[in-house]
Structure formats: structure tokens, C-alpha cells
Design a binder for this molecule. Sequence first.
Ligand SMILES: *Cc1c(COP(=O)(O)O)cnc(C)c1O
Length: 431
Amino acid sequence: MSDIETLPGAFLRGEPHLWRNPNRTGAGGQASAECDITLEDIRAADARLRRFAPYLARTFAGPWHRGPDGQVQEGVIDSALQPLPRLQRALDLANPLWLKRDDALPISGSIKARGGIYEVLATAERILSEAGLLPEDAQAYDPSLFKTAQVRRVLGRWSIAVGSTGNLGLSIGTMARAMGFRAVVHMSADAREWKKRRLRSLGAQVLEYEGDYALAVQTGRERAQSDLQTHFVDDENSRDLFLGYAVAGLRLGAQLDAAGIGPDADHPLHVYLPCGVGGGPGGVIHGIRLALGERAEHVHCWYAEPTAACAMLLALATDRGARISVQDVGLDGRTVADGLAVGRASQLAWAATKRAVAGAYTVTDTALMELLALLNRTEGIAMEPSALAGLAGPGALVAAGIELPAGANHLAWGTGGSMVPPEEMAAYLAA
Ligand SMILES: *Cc1c(COP(=O)(O)O)cnc(C)c1O
């Protein structure tokens, strides 16, 4: 276990740590050898989401995102890039701080609205197209198509199943039920009660497990294998989920241009992404890398994890990917950040990004809750604990002695929170 012995002791004791990637290969522009998902694939995923945009606009209330030109983009699942000048001052940061508002994404209020909804739409499209029920070469589907009895009957024969710590289940369950699929969500012990309640109210079946996320996923996967009419959304391995997240990276370039913050040699951009299994942040990183091409060299992406559930940092630092878990090194995986309470990284996300990321850092639960309160006090934004891991990034760089040039920018990915019930948020703030 020599690779484990080289890990610093403080890290193994659950203290905050920053790991810099010695294997980073600089510029993007091409897919890594370890991942065959190309820019063309991501563009096709974007086109698929746009085919469904009129249907999503008709089915859900939004709030829909405004594009860089200020126009409302109905049915497009995307979020704003918002400056946080007051929090920047409160944190005493020399460089501008930005928040990517995925906490306010339409339909399910977390980054899972990207991957989860994409996978349900992709599955529906495949089933309906095999049944000959979709027009070929459509740029956009007529929303009324998905309300017809014939389409509802065909989709109603299928179940969509998923194992989740909460937000993925919420996203998949919401979309699957809206389309008329049956939905089965296997929830780990970390999942919040309100997420289960909401899913049940939508007619999804929620199965609860005493154990952690890995057990919920494993059970869901096994159950789905014995049922040919079930599509299992595999958070640890799904290509569709990853593609849905990667679309965020594809679209980010135009937003950065509109904000006038580079990235270029004089304006490096540090992006901090809360990480559970890594599919969400990994997909975004892969998308940024491919979409920005040469400019990706000036984007430094960091995985952000709880000290006790630092699955990706461990996967990267030991180069073992999904073959090692935090429990293997004596950490317990327990954290207030329920969306990040994961002990083992996704092999797909790890392989796709292990040469692309700047590194990974960990943050204590105490620091997450302090940031949660500070963000709320200074900027009036309420996010769930997991989503604050990104905002710990600037401090983690300082603590590691990493200095940034005057033109650099910090971008924290806000990954969830707008659907948290007010009384739950009040309890977070009181803590
Ligand atoms: C799921 C989730 C993440 C991380 O996504 P992974 O794909 O598990 O890495 C981050 N923040 C929130 C709020 C989440 O729900």
C-alpha cells in the first residue's frame, strides 16, 4: 500500500488538504486517451436538449435562464454566472469571485438537473424512436406529442430506476414521472426527508436503505438487471449523465466572454466544483476542456470535497480510481454535505479528468456551514451545505500557499439549494 503511505497524515486524520495534480497535461482541445467522449458528442447532447426545450417549457414553470444576450431561453436548463462582490470582501479576496448558479437550475434546483434530466430525455427519445413515434430530423419536438395517449402508453411500460443520496433521485424522478415513466428511487441513509416526500408526492416509488450511497446504488443496479423494462441510471458509470453535465462546459465559454473575464494568459480562471462521485463536476470539467480548446490551458479546475468523503482526491492521489474508497484509508464518509457523501469515485469521471484537473481539496463540515451562513448574510443566497464546498476554494489555495496573479478570477460552482424547504434552510442557518 505504498501509494497510501505517501498520503500526508493530516489528510488521513480528516484534516483539510489540497492536492496538486503532477500529471496535468495543460491545453485541452482533444479528448483524453482515457475518455472517448468527444466535442461532437457534447454538441449532439446540447442539440438533443434543445429538441426537448419546447416540451420542457410547456411542462415546467422554470424559472428559465437568461442567455448572455439577456434573452430568456425557455426550456433551456442553464444558470447565470453571478459576481459576489460582498462575499469577496468578507473573505478578504484580492481577485473577483463568481458563482455559477446551478443551485437555481430549473426543474430540480441542483446540478443534477443537467445530467439527470438529460438521461431521462435520451432514454425516452431512444424508446420512442424505436417505436417509430418521433419525427426524424426534428430540430425541436412539438410538446403535444408527449401528451398523446400512445406515447404515454409506450413510456408507461418502462421504469426508470436510480440510486441516489437525494438530488439525482429528485431530478430523475421528477422528469421520469412528468413523461409518464414509472420511477424507482433507491435512497441512501444520507438522503433528506423532504426529498423523499417530494418524490412520493410525484408518484415515484422511494426505497430507503440504512447503509450509504454505494449500497443504494448496488441494490438498484441488481434489481434493474432482472427487469428488462427498467432503465437504470448508473451514477458511477453513465455516459448519458456525463454528457448532460458536459453541456454546461460547452456553454460556459460564451458566458465567460460576456462577463469579460478571459480566460487567457493574463486572466487565469480557477473553477471550484463540489464533488461526490465526480460525474457532475467531471462532466463539466471535460466539457470545459474540450469546448475551450487552447484556452482551457488557462482554466484551473479543482474538485472540492468534504474531509471525510474525499473519494476523488483519494482516487487521483493514489491513481487507483474506483479501486479505492475512503473507508479503505480509515475515513468514515460522514458529512453534513449529503450530496457529497460518497466513498468511492466514478471510474468514468476519474479517467476523463485525471490529466485535466489542477487538483482537489477538502473542506470540513464546520467550514461548509460557516460559508453557508456567510453567503446568506452577504449576498442573500441560500445554498445547501454540499454546494458550499466550491466557495471554500479560494481559501484552500491561500492555505496551500498558491498565489494568483492580479488578473485571475475565482469561479465557484453552486450546485444546489433553491428547492430546500424554508424551514430546512432556517435550520442550516441556525446551525
Ligand atoms: C450530486 C451533487 C454534487 C456532486 O455531483 P457528483 O456527480 O456526485 O460528483 C454536488 N453538489 C450537489 C448539491 C449535489 O447534489
